[in-house]
Write a protein that binds this ligand. Structure first.
Ligand SMILES: Nc1ncnc2c1ncn2[C@@H]1O[C@H](COP(=O)(O)OP(=O)(O)OP(=O)(O)O)[C@@H](O)[C@H]1O
Ligand SMILES: [Mg+2]
Length: 476
């Protein structure tokens, strides 16, 4: 059987209440019952002794002096009248010779009754048993009758057990009533508590359902500062993050499609023009084919970038080996030095360390390719691009610095965003359509995947410096 949380809470509370209150009541009730019975027994035993003392003289007179039975009986009637108990007087042999309530002749010998035999030995003992005549349960006690150190007989006192039972039953009733009231109050309190605890959970549940249905605008009210409030807060935060992620995703797709559409449109326009007759003019057709080639190359590099991004972003662990940085950086310099020379840019490298890092060489290559390509692309002729490497105990620090155009301060925080370009108009000319704005976001993703970090400082007109810190491979 599957119980709802509310019912489980309720059941627990109610069971606890019943066990706790019930158990206490039972224990208290039993103690009280024992106390009532003890008190009655004790009282009866004391009475037996008092009465035995009073019966001493009349019994002695009756037995020793031969006093008339009727006088004896009258004297005993006077003694028994104020008593709440029934008085029976027995001889030493246990034969009844007087009874205050019934005909003693019908009683039979009492010598073997517990209280009587004990009394004759000078001990106290009581017993509850049915009356031989009426059959009702009675409590019996007895005491020896003495006069001047001689034992003449035994007094037997008895009271019906029914009133004691009634008193005990009444006690149980009161206890039971109180316990029931307490348990009902507990149930009411736990109902309220369950409601109170579960309300925020119910709210969370319904909010989670809305989230699942795609409604991320829903906010769960945060009340108080307990664990539930914290949970609600976390939930809201999660929704906000999800929203942001979805927004970025949409923006990314929109940007990507836009970037792909522009070259496609250019290609289509030129192809149409060629089909419409431009093909016959060798000058125009040559230029158009050139343009088409250019646009195709741009699309190629864009799709390559997009592929790289999705690879870098996917949580699959990158294949990593020990990578020596200095040959890798030398390789990057070699690749770009023709381009630098062509732009009259001085490309220098300053690296005299041997440390290795743990990483994927292809992706690390991509990082420095992008940075050096940017440095050359965004620097005017006669600038200088410098690659240098330092190391600390735990890190290798690579700096890519140029003396180029720099990046305005307001753009700096956004240059790692996907598709972000500082000056879209400036870099989009017919001859140089500019990059897609994906390079640095790829760089950042790769550096982070390697457990490193990348920082940038720049002064417009003076130059830009990128600093990459990568953790050293263990064992260095
Ligand atoms: N060394 C630099 N000096 C000046 N501006 C830079 C430098 N590096 C990057 N930027 C600016 O940051 C922008 C983002 O760079 P990023 O490499 O991400 O894109 P991109 O170079 O425009 O295109 P892609 O690298 O995808 O071909 C660039 O458009 C440029 O405006
Ligand atoms: Mg770039």
């Amino acid at each position: 059987m599957k119980l709802k949380l509310r019912d489980r809470l309720l059941l627990t509370y109610v069971l606890l209440a019943i066990l706790g209150v019930g158990g206490l009541s039972l224990r208290f009730g039993l103690l009280e019952k024992a106390r009532i019975i003890d008190a009655s027994e004790h009282e009866l035993e004391i009475n037996a002794f008092t009465v035995a003392a009073a019966v001493g003289a009349p019994l002695e007179n009756f037995i020793e002096e031969g006093e008339a039975y009727i006088t004896f009986a009258q004297r005993l009637d006077r003694i028994s009248r104020p008593l709440d108990a029934r008085l029976t007087v027995l001889t030493l042999q246990g034969n009844p010779i007087y009874d205050s309530e019934v005909d003693f002749r019908k009683l039979g010998n009492q010598l073997n009754q517990t209280e009587v035999s004990f009394a004759l030995q000078g001990l106290e003992q009581h017993e509850i048993r049915p009356d031989p005549i009426t059959g009702e349960n009675r409590l019996y006690a007895a005491a020896p009758v003495q006069s001047e150190n001689k034992v003449y007989g035994v007094v037997q006192l008895s009271v019906p057990i029914a009133p004691i039972d009634a008193e005990i039953a009444q006690g149980w009733l009161i206890l039971g009533g109180t316990a029931t009231v307490i348990i009902l109050l507990t149930v009411a309190a736990s109902l309220w508590l369950a409601q109170y605890i579960l309300k925020p959970i119910t709210q969370l549940q319904s909010a989670a359902r809305s989230f699942a249905a795609g409604d991320l605008d829903r906010q769960i009210p945060v009340k108080g500062n307990d664990e539930l409030a914290e949970l609600a807060h976390t939930f809201n935060e999660m929704a906000a993050q999800l929203k942001e992620m979805i927004r970025k995703q949409r923006l990314f797709v929109a940007n990507a499609s836009h970037e792909l559409r522009t070259p496609l449109t250019n290609i289509k326009l030129r192809a149409e023009a060629l089909l419409d007759g431009a093909m016959d003019d060798p000058d125009v057709s040559g230029k158009f084919l050139n343009d088409i080639d250019h646009e195709t190359a741009r699309m190629e590099s864009l799709t390559a970038s997009l592929l790289t991004l999705s690879k870098v972003d996917s949580p699959v662990e990158l294949e990593a080996t020990r990578v020596k940085l200095s040959p890798l950086l030398q390789d990057v310099c070699d690749t770009f030095s023709p381009l630098a020379t062509q732009k009259h840019i001085e490309l220098v490298m300053d690296c005299d360390i041997n440390s290795e890092i743990h990483g994927n060489p292809e992706q690390l290559h991509r990082v420095f390719d992008n940075l050096v390509s940017n440095a050359i692309k965004y620097s005017p002729p006669h600038s200088r691009v410098r690659l240098s490497v330092e190391e600390t105990r735990t890190e290798v620090i690579v700096t890519v610095a140029d003396t180029g155009q720099g990046i305005p301060a307001e753009d700096l925080p956004r240059i790692f965003d996907r598709f972000y370009r500082v000056d879209k108009a400036r870099t989009r000319t017919a001859t140089d359509p500019g990059g897609s704005g994906l390079g640095l976001s790829i760089v950042q993703s790769i550096v982070r995947a390697h457990g490193g970090q990348i920082n940038v400082t720049s002064q417009p007109g003076r130059g830009t410096t990128f600093v990459i810190r990568l953790p050293k491979s263990q064992g260095n």
